[in-house]
Design a binder for this molecule. Structure first.
Ligand SMILES: O=P(O)(O)OC[C@H]1O[C@H](O[C@H]2O[C@H](CO)[C@@H](O)[C@H](O)[C@H]2O)[C@H](O)[C@@H](O)[C@@H]1O
Length: 275
């Protein structure tokens, strides 16, 4: 197994730093589309086969492993079997929730979430959202999914103006993603969450892997941390659905299967020859 070469100097330097000084590294991962292949029904998401075991191996070799997801933290842990990864931190709702050692810490959601919960079904009916449009109520945010409609992009375009108006009235943020729009609380994104985690862990190197638009703030955080001298590597779990993430990444791997392979190669490189 050979480690792939990132396409940027900064990415190559960070990968070298991670392998030579793994004890000070933080590796953080998105969940859907990165650890878990995209599926039609979000309730059926599951990690790519073997990837959680590889993460568990990696967690025993590097400083810290974390998940930063738009899912509720406990849902990601349950879907992923992530409690098997020693010492893992799971940050849900882009960082508004924290799961660690079986406990979830979070502040109460703002009142706008309840307003959206009440109005969203009627709003979707009024604008003529097509069959297959689905509301995912995540407790502190709600997502409108169109993957299971006949024309997912068309359905998103149809509902977008009304969702924008509702989000503004509820003082929530609109978070676009892969055939989904989420209405969620303001004030936190994956970039701020990753930066805080780097500070908290005292990481000397950071790796972040993601696949969707909501991961771009974390890529921005890696760039900002590099500006302060911290080696950082961004990895895109690529798809045909989103190209902006691959364009921003130091290293592009073909979806969760490619990430699983990369993590195996990284683990082998840290262990060294003969291990
Ligand atoms: O931050 P993430 O862990 O990537 O979560 C982002 C959203 O992921 C989920 O939706 C996406 O995955 C689904 C299952 O594969 C797929 O059907 C959907 O089209 C994708 O957008 C999840 O359902 C959302 O709540 C997350 O915000």
């Amino acid at each position: 197994m050979t480690l792939p070469r990132p396409s940027t100097d900064a990415g190559r330097a960070a990968l070298d730093a991670l392998v030579t000084d793994p004890g000070r590294a933080l590796a953080a991962f998105d969940f859907d589309g990165t650890l878990s292949p995209i599926v039609d029904d979000p309730r059926e998401s599951a990690p790519y086969p073997g990837i959680v075991d590889t993460l568990a191996d990696l967690a025993g070799l590097i400083g810290s492993v974390a998940i930063i997801t738009g899912r509720p933290a406990a849902a990601a842990v349950a879907m992923g079997g992530l409690e098997r990864v020693p010492g893992i931190t799971v940050l849900g709702h882009y960082g508004a929730e924290r799961w660690e050692g079986g406990e979830v810490l979070a502040a109460d959601p703002p009142p706008g979430v309840a307003l959206v919960r009440e109005e969203l079904p009627g709003l979707l009916a009024r604008v003529g959202a097509p069959e297959g449009t689905w509301i995912e109520d995540k407790g502190r945010s709600l997502s409108v999914h169109t993957r299971r409609t006949a024309d997912p992009d068309g359905a998103l375009a149809l509902v977008a103006p009304a969702l924008a108006e509702l989000a503004e009235r509820a003082d929530l943020r609109l978070e676009p993603g892969r055939m989904v729009v989420e209405l969620r609380p303001q004030g936190v994104d994956k970039g701020a969450t990753l930066t805080a985690l780097v500070e908290e862990t005292g990481a000397g190197t950071v790796l972040y892997a993601g696949d969707d638009l909501g991961d771009l703030p974390a890529f921005g955080a890696v760039a900002a941390l590099r500006g302060k001298g911290l080696p950082g590597l961004t990895v895109c779990s690529s798809s045909d659905e989103v190209t902006a993430v691959a364009e921003a990444a130091d290293l592009v791997v073909p979806g969760p299967a490619g990430l699983a392979e990369l993590l195996g190669e990284l683990t082998a490189a840290i262990r060294g020859p003969g291990a």
